[in-house]
Design a binder for this molecule. Structure first.
Ligand code: F6R
Length: 245
């Protein structure tokens, strides 16, 4: 794992967009797995804009969503699906057959997990995975305590995630479970970018880099990834010592 520190959110986003474009240019049939949330928003907007300007063809890539709020339909603006469509898939006109989401309103969530596991396995794994980090160190919805060797699964969201996530919804929304790819998917991905921005993430980034690698802080798992990058703006990196980078 390596750490990269950028001046600010804009520079972090530009470099994240560069990574997306580079993977697609070198492998037009790449499989990309993407988080939603505030952190990657600008990177996706920039990637979509530059792909259009530069005629970079995303039409043969496969996309897989990292996670979804159980019970929240895709038309809800707070859903991960709504976000990815709005900022990336719609602007790029990605063919529907190339997009894979968890169906959050399915009556059989375990089957949804199996479906995602199968899609990823059939493609031979994820080429590029972009993840954010929760205030509790979650990756996707792998909350503290989740084993590193799991593929997709259903999780009970913890109190921090349920509270922080209200920022995505127009109205106060009852969230209790999530569907998520597992940390094993991340550890097996060919390349992973964990991106974080702002002072509010500084403390969990310090723990991610400095504390023992353990399911107590799921984000520490990225330190086991030989091609993992922790990409930060200066504020998110502000508590890191040279030793932990
Ligand atoms: C969302 C996801 C979450 C977020 C994390 C950070 O798809 O996987 O793990 O990446 O909660 O969210 P933001 O970027 O909003 O701070």
């Amino acid at each position: 794992m390596k750490t990269k520190i950028f001046k600010d959110y804009e520079e972090l986003s530009t470099n994240t967009a560069n990574e997306i474009l580079a993977v697609v240019q070198s492998n037009p049939m790449a499989m990309l797995c993407l988080a939603s949330g505030d952190t990657p928003r600008l990177a996706y907007m920039l990637a979509a804009k530059r792909a259009k300007e530069g005629n970079i063809d995303f039409s043969r890539c496969t996309f897989v969503a990292l996670d979804e709020w159980m019970g929240i339909p895709p038309a809800n603006e707070g859903s991960c699906q709504f976000f990815l469509r709005r900022y990336l898939f719609d602007p790029l006109n990605i063919p529907e057959r190339n997009i894979n989401f968890f169906n959050a309103v399915s009556s059989d969530p375990d089957e949804e997990c199996k479906k995602m596991n199968d899609v990823i396995a059939r493609k031979g794994g994820i080429d590029l995975m972009i993840v954010g980090i929760g205030m509790n160190g979650h990756i996707g919805f792998n909350e503290p305590g989740q084993a590193f060797d799991q593929y997709a699964h259903v999780v009970d969201l913890d109190e921090t995630s349920r509270t922080v996530a209200q920022k995505y919804f127009r109205e106060s929304t009852q969230l209790s479970k999530g569907l998520t790819l597992g940390l094993r998917h991340m550890l097996e991905a060919k390349k992973v970018l964990l991106i974080a921005s702002g002072l509010k993430k500084a403390e969990i980034i310090e723990k991610t880099m400095g504390e023992e690698i353990s399911p107590k802080i799921p984000s520490t798992s990225i330190r086991n990834h030989p091609n993992g990058y922790v990409m930060l703006d200066k504020e998110a990196a502000s508590l890191l010592s040279a030793k932990s980078m």
